[in-house]
Design a protein around this ligand. Structure first.
Ligand code: PEP
Ligand code: MG
Length: 617
């Protein structure tokens, strides 16, 4: 190793500057993903910020840099694959930042109750009426099948990896990867002779976090400790009530949250934590009404938790209870109604029918979309299939067939890489402005093998499903002139002829996301069967503001975007949908429908509420 390091020392480091663009900062989950990715390279990779240089594979050390939105760090790679590592990790980082979901801040309004109240920060919306019960954890020691501490650490790592892989399509699963990466860091690489040594090590890390903005990560360390101890024979259980209750808890560990769901829990009052802590994220995914209140609180026979105002009403009066019950009923009715109506056709008040399709990335998310009421798939971002390794034609065919079997309408976007979307095994020259470089269709027409294999796989899937009532649509990304579409379609026809496959029922269209297309719609109309507007990229190119830019942000609802959308719909005679984020913003729904858009493709989770919004336009 030292020998290798001495070789690396002589090599020139490749440096790049990366900027935190997520308003959550560079926090545990993206750090864990980044560290996991950095391990795939032979080079020595470090992160330099504020005169500190830390290994890019060591999660706690990166956390200690405390990098916030707008701050930058230098990524330094030295080694035989330094070029590749630098370019891959840079793109990977940008994508991490772009996909880092902002935590929704709930608006809190004033609500008056007669009984005494305590106020805090609402984390998960809802109303709960039940006794407020303080829950403690109970430790049990069992002496059977106990592992050593180091073996327990290895086992927990394996379990976390399995959990992560099993739940990959669910964004909350990143928490498992984050815990696994914490456990893979240097601090856990020593020989732990006894539990006290392990506790000391963890407590040292916890002490470093106290009083910092990463304080909520303390619960993650405690969680890891608890999981390790379980395999050494010390189990900790939360004693939960068997009748409806509001949980009052000092320190809720992320791994405790799924256990709550099996009990009659109505709501949670957290005495510690933040809206971005992992326990909060999981409570949100299980839709358990939650408020964080730091004031001293005792157990009470009855309480009301009202997240519309962030209020805990202690020992409510009769009038308070009636008020809360009415609010709870409205809340539950609305939610249940949205979910119940998710499969119903969606018509506006004037009777205009609107199709709500889903944006998906793989078979699992297609199944979720089906369950949440998607009328079809409006955007299959096929690049997710190509991420780790290049899929075979057969693997692709299987995925396309499985999804096509679920829906009557499926729009597959041909592989969309380049720019901010890396493809590790494809050779893309380093560019000064990758957002304006070889990406989307430009890349596919250069690397035709990938395009040909993908088209063949789609055609074969259509043949295997063999149902003329279903519509398969293929769309090409980042098209900016008619020639690109003509060339791509010709490749498709040639494959079909060569392989003797019938593609007469397949529609071919484009993502409308490069502004030049708006000014050639008459010409495109002669060629394409449909358009789908990618408002994410269209906005970036209309305003010349990079979509991942750390400080600049285009206004998604800007009248200029709406004018562009108006120009498009009045000009084209072809079917058109919107699949960028704008389609899912309920603040835009009415405007889009009034402009004439009748097909919206959105992330599956938004479908029930978007359908309800449409029914009220
Ligand atoms: C878009 O650009 O709006 C779009 C839907 O595609 P992506 O976000 O995958 O680039
Ligand atoms: Mg796009």
């Amino acid at each position: 190793m030292n020998f290798l390091k001495s070789i690396f020392k002589k090599q020139k480091p490749i440096k790049s500057t990366l900027t935190i663009t997520s308003s959550n900062g560079f926090h545990l989950r993206p750090i864990a993903k980044f560290a996991n990715e950095a391990k795939k390279f032979n080079s020595i990779i470090t992160i330099i910020a504020y005169d500190q240089e830390v290994p890019a594979t060591q999660v706690p050390k990166i956390i200690s840099l405390s990098l916030e939105k707008g701050e930058s760090f230098t990524l330094k790679c030295i080694g035989d694959d330094a070029d590749e590592a630098s370019s891959h990790l840079s793109s990977f980082f940008k994508e991490l930042m772009e996909n880092d979901k902002e935590v929704e801040i709930l608006t809190q309004t004033n609500e008056s109750y007669e009984a005494p109240t305590l106020n805090g920060v609402s984390v998960v919306p809802g109303i709960a009426i039940a006794p407020l019960v303080y829950c403690k954890t109970v430790e049990n020691i069992n002496n059977k099948n106990n592992l050593s501490i180091n073996d327990s650490i290895e086992l927990v790592k394996k379990e976390l990896e399995e959990l992560y892989n099993k739940n990959k399509s669910n964004s909350e699963s990143d928490i498992y990867l984050a815990h696994k990466e914490l456990l893979s860091s240097e601090i856990f690489q020593q020989n732990f002779k006894d539990i006290e040594r392990l506790k000391e090590t963890i407590n040292r890390e916890i002490a470093k976090l106290k009083g910092t903005k990463f304080e909520s990560r303390i619960a993650d360390y405690k969680d890891i400790l608890q999981q390790i101890l379980t395999h050494t024979g010390i189990t900790t259980t939360l004693k939960l009530p068997t009748t409806p209750y509001i949980l009052l808890i000092a320190d809720l560990l992320p791994s405790d949250v799924p256990k709550l769901v099996d009990s009659p829990i109505q709501g949670v009052v957290l005495k510690q934590g933040t809206p971005t802590s992992h326990a909060s994220i999981l409570l949100r995914s299980f839709a358990i009404p939650t408020v964080i209140i730091h004031d001293a609180i005792d157990e009470t026979k009855e309480a009301i938790l009202d997240t519309s105002s962030g209020t805990l009403v202690v020992n409510p009066t009769k009038a308070d209870r009636e008020k809360a019950q009415a609010k709870l009923k409205t809340f539950q009715d609305k939610k249940a109604q949205n979910y119940k109506n998710r499969f119903k056709s969606t018509e506006t008040l004037r009777g205009k029918s609107i199709k709500v399709l889903a944006n998906i990335g793989d078979v699992q998310s297609a199944k979720e979309a089906k369950e949440l009421g998607a009328d079809g798939i409006g955007l299959f971002r096929s690049e997710f299939l190509f991420m780790g390794k290049k899929p075979t034609v057969e693997e692709q065919t299987n995925a396309y067939r499985e999804i096509f079997e679920l829906f009557d309408e499926l729009t597959i976007r041909a592989l969309d890489v380049g720019g901010d979307k890396p493809l590790p095994y494809a050779h893309i020259e380093k560019e000064q402005n990758p957002f304006l470089g070889i990406r989307g269709i430009r890349f596919l027409l250069r690397e035709q093998t990938l395009l040909k294999e993908q088209l063949l796989a789609i055609f074969q899937a259509v043949k295997e499903v063999n149902d003329k009532n279903k519509t398969m649509k293929i769309m090409f990304p980042m098209v900016n002139n008619c020639d690109e579409f003509i060339e791509a379609k010709k490749i498709a026809i040639d494959i079909a002829i060569k392989q003797n496959l019938d593609i007469s029922n397949i529609e071919f269209g484009i993502m409308l996301e490069v502004p030049s297309v708006i000014f050639a719609l008459h010409e495109f109309d002669q060629l394409v069967d449909f358009y789908s507007i990618g408002t994410n990229d269209l906005t970036q190119y209309l305003f010349a503001i990079e979509r991942t830019h750390p400080t600049l942000q285009a206004d998604a609802l800007s009248p200029m975007i709406m004018n562009a959308l108006k120009l498009i719909i009045v000009t084209t005679k072809k079917p058109i949908s919107i699949c960028g984020e704008l389609a899912g913003l309920t603040a835009a729904t009415e405007t889009l429908i009034n402009l004439g858009y009748d097909t919206l493709s959105v992330s599956a989770k938004l479908i029930p509420s978007l359908k309800e919004r449409i029914r009220n336009v």
